[in-house]
Design a protein around this ligand. Structure first.
Ligand SMILES: Nc1ncnc2c1ncn2[C@@H]1O[C@H](COP(=O)(O)OP(=O)(O)O)[C@@H](O)[C@H]1O
Ligand SMILES: [Mg+2]
Length: 345
């Protein structure tokens, strides 16, 4: 394996320490992805420099001109606190003619906007819950096209930000209230979607042209009380105590007929292509009791921490964590960014 000079880009304040020893679980959770990636790349023999970025592109430019990395490992999910700007960072890297890992600017732009991606999916007849967008500054009229129960979320935020039990609404009053919550507290336009009762599935997809999927993954919420909606609220996703209390885990989906699993894999590859993704992504789905599968969203550059859904499902699919990171590097190096067609060095 070729030794690479790698520039790892992380959020300011998340440059990981040399060792995890002496840190609490809570502290480690803040920079676990950054730690796992940087430490593993070093163990693999690569030359690794990690820099923290907040609202200044200067350090990226300097690290690239001075260190001449062969590739930037993109762990930045925001710029100046705004998630939608990660696409601008990779655009900047392309302008500097720098290879990078993960998704290209167009795929990031399309997939970070849930409403826009759903419009594209519907155009291609890919099943996704029926929806409406309520922009900030606008209140709702009735929504005659949509059937209760509905779920209200942000069009642009991820990581279940703003998703709670109150997100699932059963009447107009609760709907209006939750839309106002998303507008004011999450500070974004609201996406109102038909609620799909059923199983929650995740599928890792990887590749630029030739795509590969990992075994279908499932969030298991069966330990939650009966009267609670089985959805990945922020608490379900991030609160370790809550997870332990209710036995919330993720694991390879059981009892999926082979033909259905193959169909889901093909569906996820179509989603990946139609949204112009590259590198690696995780597609979130819901499957109703009658076996109908709905695409919720595509996550470009999903959480890469060791032991998290993406890496775990890769491992069950036969790809070790080191192998996974190396593939991500190779995909970044071979991605045909526009500048590679006109320049060579
Ligand atoms: N239409 C829906 N039907 C049922 N559950 C949903 C629906 N939309 C979202 N959810 C639940 O909310 C969670 C977060 O929604 P998602 O669209 O994946 O946003 P995020 O970007 O925050 O992950 C999902 O994992 C799922 O549990
Ligand atoms: Mg999701």
């Amino acid at each position: 394996m070729k030794r690479l000079r790698i520039l790892v880009l992380v959020r300011e304040g998340l440059v990981p320490p040399e060792t995890m020893e002496g840190y609490s679980e809570e502290e480690i959770d803040r920079w676990k992805v950054e730690f796992d990636v940087a430490a593993t790349l070093r163990n693999m023999g690569h030359e690794v420099q990690v820099i923290g970025v907040f609202d200044d592109l200067g350090p990226i430019r300097r690290a690239i001109t001075e260190g001449r990395p062969q590739i930037a490992f993109m762990l930045l999910e925001e710029f100046h606190g705004l998630g939608i700007y990660d696409g601008a960072i990779v655009t900047y890297l392309e302008l500097l003619r720098q290879s990078y890992t993960g998704c290209n600017p167009r795929g990031l732009l399309l997939s970070r906007d849930k409403a826009l991606s759903k419009k594209i999916l519907r155009f291609h007849r890919i099943s996704t819950p029926r929806f409406a967008v309520v922009p900030r500054g606008r209140s709702i009229q009735r929504m005659p096209r949509l059937r209760f129960p509905l779920i209200v979320k942000s069009v642009s935020e991820d990581a279940s930000l703003g998703i709670a039990q109150a997100s699932v609404v059963r009447d107009h009053e609760a709907l209006a209230e939750r839309i106002a919550f998303v507008h004011q507290r999450v500070a974004s336009d609201a996406l109102v979607e038909e609620y799909i009762e059923g199983r929650e599935l995740y599928v890792g997809v990887m590749g630029n042209q030739r795509l590969q999927t990992f075994p279908i993954w499932e969030m298991v919420f069966s330990g939650l009380p009966d009267d609670v909606a089985k959805i990945a609220t922020a608490k379900v996703k991030w609160d370790r105590k809550y997870q332990r209390k209710y036995g919330i885990t993720t694991a390879a989906a059981e009892d999926l007929p082979v033909a259905l699993a193959a169909k889901i894999s093909r569906l996820c590859k179509r989603v990946y292509r139609e949204l112009h993704l590259s590198g690696y992504a995780r597609i979130d789905l819901r499957m109703s009791a009658d076996g109908q599968v709905f695409v919720l969203e595509a996550n470009a550059n999903p959480n890469l921490a060791y032991g998290e859904d993406f890496a775990e499902s890769a491992e069950i699919g036969g790809i070790s964590y080191e192998g996974l990171l190396q593939r991500i590097l190779n995909l970044g190096l071979t991605y045909r960014a526009p500048w590679k067609n006109t320049y060579s060095d």
